[in-house]
Design a protein around this ligand. Structure first.
Ligand SMILES: NC(=O)c1ccc[n+]([C@@H]2O[C@H](COP(=O)([O-])OP(=O)(O)OC[C@H]3O[C@@H](n4cnc5c(N)ncnc54)[C@H](OP(=O)(O)O)[C@@H]3O)[C@@H](O)[C@H]2O)c1
Length: 265
């Protein structure tokens, strides 16, 4: 699907990666609908983009949030489900409400948005559904059990959905960023990575989103070769890769990310 003139709904558009995605889609000539909770930040993004996008503030942890957003968005050609919470830390330190919130924003809302937008796309015989997962949706790490549950979940959902909708002319993409520098939830944690672990920028994630939609790609990793190779091997030998990760210092890195994202976590 070429993006020129198409309507694209972007969730998490007030965040580090979402802003970059909104800019990239706008630059391709798409009509961008920006969603997140913070209306003032969405308005800043809208102003940055010459007032072209429309802002649709909504709280996706609200059980009615996804349906409300889909209704306000109207006919959408592509969904970029990017909103997410870091949800890092030991599971026993989360309250039951915090667990529900992470599942709601990271997994339930993308599924419900898809459910609400799909009939229109099927009627029009065109549409694209893109989910921003994470390499944590392919490889689990210490302190990442809840986050990985949501990000592995998106992968499974998208894979099944693709089987149902591709024969009807619709596209489904999952984008898997590794560590993202400059802006977004990892950068905001202030955690330092060992020098041999590379990062990617929000712009590179945004380029992958454009490539995913325009090139009808099923899955795109946005990470250095070493992390991409590690995630491939992890799908075949998860326990061996987890052991190797621990030897390379994954516990210390995960603890500093969790501390930055969730003090006390
Ligand atoms: N940064 C990384 O290194 C990295 C790596 C892999 C994957 N990812 C994924 O990339 C996506 C974007 O993350 P980011 O790094 O840009 O994080 P971010 O800067 O923290 O942005 C998160 C976005 O989600 C929105 N959001 C959070 N709770 C919400 C709620 N209840 N209702 C509606 N929107 C909500 C936030 O908007 P409001 O606060 O305004 O509601 C914000 O726009 C996430 O799915 C994340 O898991 C990030």
């Amino acid at each position: 699907m070429q993006l020129q003139g198409r309507t694209v709904l972007v969730t998490g558009a007030s965040g580090g990666i979402g802003r970059a995605i909104a800019r990239a889609l706008d630059a391709r000539g798409a009509r961008v609908l920006l969603s997140a909770r913070r209306e003032d930040v969405l308005e800043q993004v809208r102003a940055e983009l010459g007032g072209r996008p429309q802002c649709l503030p909504v709280d996706l942890s609200d059980p009615a949030g996804a349906a409300l957003l889909a209704e306000r968005a109207g006919d959408v050609d592509a969904l970029v489900a990017n909103a997410g919470l870091p949800a890092s830390g030991r599971i026993e330190r989360f309250s039951t409400d915090e667990i529900d919130q992470a599942l709601d924003v990271n997994l339930r809302a993308p599924i419900q948005l898809t459910r609400a937008l799909l009939p229109g796309m099927l009627d029009r015989g065109r549409g694209h559904l893109l989910y921003v997962s994470s390499l944590s949706g392919k490889v689990a790490s210490p302190r990442g059990s809840l986050y990985s549950a949501t990000k592995f979940g998106l992968r499974g959902f998208a894979a099944g959905l693709r089987e149902d909708v591709e024969p009807k002319g619709l596209g489904v993409t999952v984008v898997y960023p590794g560590f993202v520098s400059d802006a977004g939830m990892f950068a905001a944690s202030g955690a330092k990575l060992p020098p041999w672990v590379g990062t990617r920028t929000p712009q590179q994630v945004a380029e992958a989103v454009v490539r995913g939609i325009e090139g009808e790609r099923a899955e795109i990793d946005v990470a250095p070769l070493s992390l991409r190779a590690g995630s491939l091997v992890a799908s075949l030998a998860p326990v061996t890769v987890a052991r190797l990760q621990r030897r390379l210092g994954s516990v210390g890195v995960a603890d500093s990310i969790a501390k930055g994202q969730r003090p006390g976590g």
